[in-house]
Design a protein around this ligand. Sequence first.
Ligand code: SF4
Ligand code: SF4
Length: 355
Amino acid sequence: MHRVMIHPATYENCRQAVERAFELFPSDITGRKVVIKPNVLRTSKANEHIVTNPAVLRAVIDVVETQGPAEIVVGDNPGLFNYGDNENSFEQTGLMEAAKGYYKNFGDTSQHLDFNPGYMKRIGVSTEIMEADVLISLPKFKTHGLTVMTGAIKNSYGILPGGQKARLHKLAGTPERFHELVAEVFRLRVPDMFIMDAVVGMEGNGPASPDLREIGLLLAADNGVAMDAVVARMMGLEPARLRFLQKAKELGLGDFDEGAIEIVGKMEVLPDFKVPPLGGEAIAANAQIQEMMQAKSQVRPTADRELCTGCQACVDQCPVEALSMKEEVPVVEEETCIACFCCQEICPEKAIRLN
Ligand code: SF4
Ligand code: SF4
């Protein structure tokens, strides 16, 4: 039986709800590396409620600190294509200050894992995520044009650094395949605990909609499928109709059936909650977004001949052997490249350009 906590909260008093979450879902934190991942979609102001509110992040850090972790790390990979924009996204949203000096740029290093070859054979995941002893995910209660809602499972799409998110969007091709992809990325490193900011949520055409909704709650769970099922029901949706939840259940990651979830607190359906159409038609029909994703997913690395010393570090580092030396500089094989941009990270001469 899964359990999902629903607790009243404001941004001023959310520490109480966070403390209750840690009582209900105790984690062995003492002496361990704790990684906290808020949802940092992109640069924005905290009061736009596009990202996890800084007050929630601060409350979680404050409580974790009392439990004697060996190390705390806070970070995310904002946007579809986030090189160079990571710090800025944390600064603008107020999450940098809330992170109390624990922030790290998750785009700096990644580990490469085997993935579903139907999308990409290899995939890069932020090293900080893979090295977490305890991973705490802080999703936001929001709608999403492609996955209908974005919560615990979708927050894990941000474990992918570089341009992989954009490339995978393109490779998925259809909303249904994208739903399945989101569940597959989630299972690469399933978080140990989820604390969701539902103090102010978002409805309408999320994940960056101006339609905000005062909900006044914090949710917590140790299972992302159960948490998202509860969020779906609060939005007036039937979880079994959401393909990413079906896929997560098929993968054995949890259950969304009502009988499989104990609610600790009070669950109420939000009246007249506005959700995007099921199936992702909102984004699929948005030519501007399609063009943007197409353009971003086509970016590839190029070596600057003036700066490149021919050291081959990038060639050795590329996880899919997409680089080879030609006429003394590395050249990319476009079809093979997965747009992880590790070559740019590794280059000691800063000779790799993305264009
Ligand atoms: S060429 Fe660069 S960006 Fe492309 S897969 Fe290799 S390391 Fe990643
Ligand atoms: S790592 Fe940089 S300097 Fe070395 S071969 Fe690649 S582009 Fe050139």
